[in-house]
Write a protein that binds this ligand. Structure first.
Ligand SMILES: *Cc1c(COP(=O)(O)O)cnc(C)c1O
Length: 394
């Protein structure tokens, strides 16, 4: 099907919730994807921090094919060995506790809200206040848009669930004022992703940990985007010298097979008891098998060389900033990088598309890159060439 025909048919068939870019992708290999006409793009967005191993990774293709031929789904009425093995791997990479599996980031955060409220309710009926940060992003269900501190995402969906409150990021005194004994949880992202890639300060996160301890509230870190080595460590919160009580994962966990996870520490891992929560698909044999392979490939093939790749990637960003005055700052951590521009982010993105480079624009001033974690010198050099060609036109 040609692009124009697809676009026409989509307008009649698909509910128009997305402002899509004018590209339809057909296939991919490694860090490269190809559109319906065969045009090649360097994928520096990875399906929004999902395809960390790039496209059609041979080990992942093999693992998914083997599992699909064996057993795709059973429901959670039965035991699933892949699911148990995956929960054990997640605990081994973070801290001891137990995991609940679902199918997306929003669902994982929904489960976290239920866990926090259940634990709070059991202590005191009034212990149900939930704190989150302004400019955060936690998902698109009714409850997770309420958790998300962006009024524009909540508009028109009244009445929203109550007792959610928002605090300015990196403002420790405002955070302290928001706390009282009725707070049951504080949600944070280690790096605010959708807002435009803004890392939290270590001092603020430490203060958050102290206040949660003082008021017996859960510190819940939304690692949906920052997790699975996106920031260079398994969890974005591993850059801080604290442990959360709960973290959630989704995007990169199974490289594109839908899966979400909530991991809870020993203190709260049994709060959601039998019949309190469930998911038909959650952690099914296929998605869990894919996630296990992602973790194996990462540990065996990617993590050992990652520091060197990150050094090259960040040096390249710095060189671009030095060369082009439209770039005012570089923000981010690991493979989560934003260029803060003076202006024209949508136009820069359109020129990137023309030059065969995928990224995304947030507002007028931010270009965001979430490259696959498999990139090497060749891809970084190609990225630099393409960005140089693009920015020469501004
Ligand atoms: C993408 C994202 C979500 C939502 O995940 P979905 O799978 O789209 O529901 C939640 N939190 C963060 C931090 C995200 O980046």
């Amino acid at each position: 099907m040609k692009f124009d025909e697809l676009k026409n048919r989509e307008q009649k068939a698909i509910i128009p919730t997305y402002g899509r870019y004018p590209i339809a992708l057909s296939h991919g290999k490694g860090s490269w994807v190809y559109d319906l006409e065969g045009k090649e793009y360097l994928d520096f967005l990875s399906g929004l921090a999902v395809c960390n191993l790039g496209h059609s990774h041979p080990r992942l293709v093999q693992a998914i094919s083997d599992q699909a031929a064996k057993l795709i789904h059973t429901s959670n009425l039965y035991y699933t060995d892949n699911q148990v093995r995956l929960a054990e791997r997640i605990a081994g990479l973070s801290f001891s506790g137990k995991t609940f599996f679902c199918n997306s980031g929003a669902e994982a955060n929904e489960a976290a809200i239920k866990l926090a409220r259940k634990r709070g309710n059991a202590k005191d009926k009034k212990k149900n206040k939930i704190l989150s940060l302004k400019m955060s992003f936690h998902g698109r269900t009714v409850q997770t848009i309420t958790l998300t501190g962006q009024p524009k995402l909540q508009e028109g969906f009244d009445p929203l669930p109550n007792n959610f409150f928002y605090v300015e990021p990196n403002n420790s005194s405002e955070l302290e004022q928001a706390f009282d004994k009725d707070v049951c949880a504080l949600f944070l992202e280690a790096v605010q992703g959708e807002a435009g890639v803004f890392p939290l300060d270590e001092d603020f996160v430490k203060k958050a940990r102290e206040l949660c301890d003082q008021y017996d509230a859960l510190l819940i870190i939304d690692e949906v985007q920052t997790g699975v080595w996106r920031t260079g460590k398994f969890l974005g919160s591993q850059y801080f010298s604290i442990l959360p009580d709960v973290f959630t994962l989704a995007k990169g966990l199974a490289n594109g097979l839908p899966i979400g996870a909530l991991h809870a520490s020993e203190e709260c891992m049994d709060v959601l008891g039998p019949k309190t929560h469930a998911s038909t698909f959650g952690g099914n044999p296929l998605a869990s098998r894919a996630a296990l392979e992602v973790i194996d490939v990462m540990e065996e093939e990617i993590v050992p060389g990652m520091d060197k790749v990150l050094e090259n990637l960040w040096n390249t960003m710095k060189e671009l900033k030095q060369q082009f005055s439209i770039i005012q700052e570089i923000r981010g951590r690991g493979f989560m990088i934003a260029l803060g521009l003076k202006q024209d982010a949508p136009k820069v993105l359109a020129a990137m598309h023309d030059n065969g480079l995928l990224g995304n624009a947030i507002g007028e001033n931010t270009i965001r890159f979430l490259p696959p974690l498999i990139i090497g010198d060749h891809e970084i050099a190609a990225f630099k060439d393409k960005m140089t060609a693009v920015l020469n036109g501004f």
